[in-house]
Design a protein around this ligand. Structure first.
Ligand SMILES: *Cc1c(COP(=O)(O)O)cnc(C)c1O
Length: 223
């Protein structure tokens, strides 16, 4: 299937999942995860009118999007991968949404850069809902304090929470957990759900789903 057919099919599934959950379909936004995808697939998505993309590496995103940004002023780029503080400057300059705030040092660096560059980007806090050792994201016990720090101390525009459930567990418990933390904090946006589970994520309240292979097909093996 072509990228535009994939997009049509995903939009149809988003619609039925939202309707099934009694939610307005406009509440659910598709972030097409373009990391590692070949250029022609990106171009196909752009030709089909899609404008919201997710990338997990700053440098790769710069290469792919810095020029296209000028061509597509309505582009929205989400950073969905871990961010090093020394890349905060580049990230703030390139992205429109930062989904992966997960520690004070990073929140501070991002806030400083935004002030310097005169940009006020919407942000998400990434929560390590499975409390997995190797995984990015703030520990669930620390979400509330970290939110206070980001919002109160750094003045960041925190719109919601993001999670990547553990690979070997049913994601539903994690979607519910994330929705619960967001409700406690009064946050409206939830970034959760990927190619394999976005319909379930929508049923649990996702407002942003991050779909890569479902939109573009399998990522080519590199190296
Ligand atoms: C790669 C990636 C996705 C998309 O995964 P697919 O299974 O290809 O849909 C979503 N979220 C994050 C954080 C990712 O790194």
């Amino acid at each position: 299937m072509s990228v535009s057919e994939n997009l049509n099919q995903i939009h149809a599934k988003i619609k039925s999942a939202a309707e099934g959950a009694g939610r307005p379909v406009d509440d659910v936004h598709l972030v097409a995860v373009s990391k590692k995808q070949p250029d022609e697939r990106i171009e196909e998505a752009l030709s089909a009118g899609h404008r919201v993309f997710g990338e997990n590496r700053v440098q790769e995103a710069q290469q792919r999007w810095a020029e296209r940004r000028l061509q597509y002023p309505d582009l929205k780029l989400h950073l969905i991968g871990p961010l090093q503080t020394n890349k905060a400057k580049e990230a703030v300059a390139l992205f429109d949404v930062i989904e992966t705030l997960d520690r004070e040092k990073l929140a501070r660096a991002v806030a400083n850069e935004m002030a310097k560059q005169g940009r006020d980007l919407p942000c998400f806090i990434q929560v390590n809902t499975g409390a997995e050792e190797q995984k990015a994201g703030i520990h669930p016990d620390a979400v509330s304090d970290f939110y206070d720090f980001c919002y109160g101390e750094c003045g960041l525009d925190i719109q919601g929470l993001m999670c990547i459930p553990p690979i070997d567990e049913p994601p539903e418990e994690h979607f519910k957990q994330l929705a619960g933390y967001a409700a406690d904090l009064g946050l409206k946006a939830l970034s959760m759900g990927m190619s394999g589970d976005y319909e379930s994520a929508i049923a649990h309240g996702a407002t942003y789903i991050r779909v890569g292979t479902g939109v573009f097909g399998a990522r080519p093996k590199q190296d």
